[in-house]
Design a protein. Structure first.
Length: 143
């Protein structure tokens, strides 16, 4: 089995935090964010992450978007595109995304597997909500 095949399937987010350069862990989407990551055999992927405790009664009225609704969008990441695996890096080639500046970019993730069904992805240096550090995402394969 090649490296790419190890990723194929659906993954559920268990944990997402920013490891600041001083070693402190910060949880920008809360302690229990929701997320799903899918990789298919054709080389395409999709990722969605939302913050914990999202209210059920919010609808996005694009003409009259409230501050609360805008805040919800900040706690939401979604993108899809192609992926390639090389050595210990998986690269997501972003085709569609919530964030226009991410379109047509490459998001590199360092990876390691813990057994067959647990995957950790770490980002390159990032800045989220004025926090500099490394993003750490722990995923579990949906069986």
């Amino acid at each position: 089995m090649g490296q790419k095949e190890n990723f194929i399937g659906t993954w559920i987010l268990g944990e997402f935090y920013i490891m600041k350069f001083n070693g402190v862990h910060v949880y920008p989407f809360g302690i229990k964010p929701n997320g799903i990551l899918m990789y298919n055999k054709d080389g395409y992927m999709s990722a969605i992450i939302t913050g914990e405790n999202q209210p059920n009664d919010v609808t996005l009225d694009f003409k009259n978007t409230s501050t609360e609704e805008q805040a919800l969008a900040v706690k939401h990441i979604s993108y899809s595109g192609e992926f390639k695996v090389k050595k210990k890096i998986i690269t997501h080639y972003v085709h569609t995304t919530l964030f226009p500046k991410w379109k047509d970019t490459e998001l590199k993730r360092y990876y390691y597997f813990r057994g067959k069904n647990k995957l950790t992805l770490t980002t390159e240096s990032i800045n989220i909500a004025a926090m500099d550090g490394i993003g750490v995402l722990n995923w579990e394969r949906q069986i």
